[in-house]
Design a protein around this ligand. Sequence first.
Ligand code: PEP
Ligand code: MG
Length: 533
Amino acid sequence: MPGPLRLTGISASAGYAEGPLFNLEPAAARYAGKATAADEKAALEAAIGVAAGRLAGLMETADDEAAGILEFQVAMLEDDALTGPAFAAIAAGQPADAAWRQALDAEIAGYETSDQDYFRARAADMRDIRDQVLRALTEDGEIAAPAGAIFYGEDIAPTRFLETDWSSGGGIALKAGSAASHVAMLARSRGVPMVVGLGVVGLGASPAHLAGIALLDAEHGGIVLSPSKAEIDAFRRSSRSFAARRDRAETYLQKPAVTKAGTAVRVQVNIADPSDVDGIDISTCDGAGLMRTEFLFGKTLPDEETQYRAYRKVLEWAGEKPVTIRTVDAGGDKPVPGFTVEEGNPFLGLRGIRLSLARTEVFRVQIRALLRAAVHGNLKVMFPMIAVMDEYQRAAALFAEEQAGLSARGVACKMPPLGIMVEVPSVAIAPEAFSGVAFFSIGSNDLTQYVMAAARDNASVAHLNSVRHPAVLRLIASVAAFGQAQGIPVSLCGDAGGDPASIPALLEAGLRDLSVVPAQLAMAKAAIADVAF
Ligand code: PEP
Ligand code: MG
């Protein structure tokens, strides 16, 4: 029996799982070559048809979120740009399996080597497509995982996730993977524990380690292979405590958030797609503290009408409660094809407001949509990645110009209060330059990575990327104090706001207004109720 092996990664979906490991690496497939190129072509066409049929079958029982992922895969399978090189290779004499693998591997390599997390996350979808067609070609079935297994490997295919019955537990432990992947989103919404970025699981682990029971702690981001008896006992205690906290948290959902001493805390939600609000009862939160608009900027740049409808939907959902919409924060970990630029260091490059001010023809469309939507509710608008006051002034001037233009044309519109994200250290250190803005919203995800020089999406420096480091907390406290003294409202909309372990420190730093991911709303309110002052 080997000694315990502990590996750390990044939590992509909180929770605990104890069970056997199930190796996700696909066994080498055996393909029986055909006599002619025409037969090879027919075999590949048939295999693509089988894969498309499997996706269609999964789509029948999929919810909106899963359907969106599956539609992406179907669209890729139907895309000649993807399949064309494989058919060309077959015509040149290659067997179907090698032709398909080569064509897809070339495409996947482009995604995997991107320096942008978003594209790396889509590589999992491409591998999924590759393997589904290869399986159909070789007629190799997928080996079933035992109930309650912890799937481990480089990455997991979205279809594998959707086909797995998670009702008897289990979890996901990935050497690579990404918290921004489709599977991570599905895991969070279905409560399946998941850790990414474990890196060395295959290197440090012996076959005996991999054959035994594993303990997946996806609350803190780690896994223990071949655990000791004491580790199993401690793990079960943590797991029970997590389940109890989650159950107890549900009872807080309908109540306003207050600390033990009765201090009221506003808790709003972070949303992206307007359909996110369909599942949220507005009475359980104080509005939307951050609507990210990057999702609207997909394959094509959205027109004014599309944006107007999206913003209006969320404003009407919120009624009189505030909705803070952030102008597009493209770049960094959120590239938008056709808008963002390829850069050596995208986190320090042309992202957020910098890009909007460089591409004012795109920015003005969003501004008009926001000004028009503002008449339908309690809108606030904020700018991402502000570093200097001049950026705010130029953005505000564009709002004033567009409002004048709309009014001159008799189009109904309204100027919303304009605020800024505090996520670049220059603003947090010297906020006095910004005393003219309507509000501050602290972006703790970026503020932390810039203060600690530790990328938010890199597991090997995850131990440094902590909002609870005194340097980050001191900055947050000084921004909160500055806002209080100047009468500028200060909220926080980074992921730390929904993290029960960080909430006491954030309240201690003086914050009374948090915006959290909807899945963390109940947990955040329960954590606030535990704070003494
Ligand atoms: C942040 O940086 O904390 C934030 C809320 O913005 P995003 O995560 O979208 O960069
Ligand atoms: Mg940010």
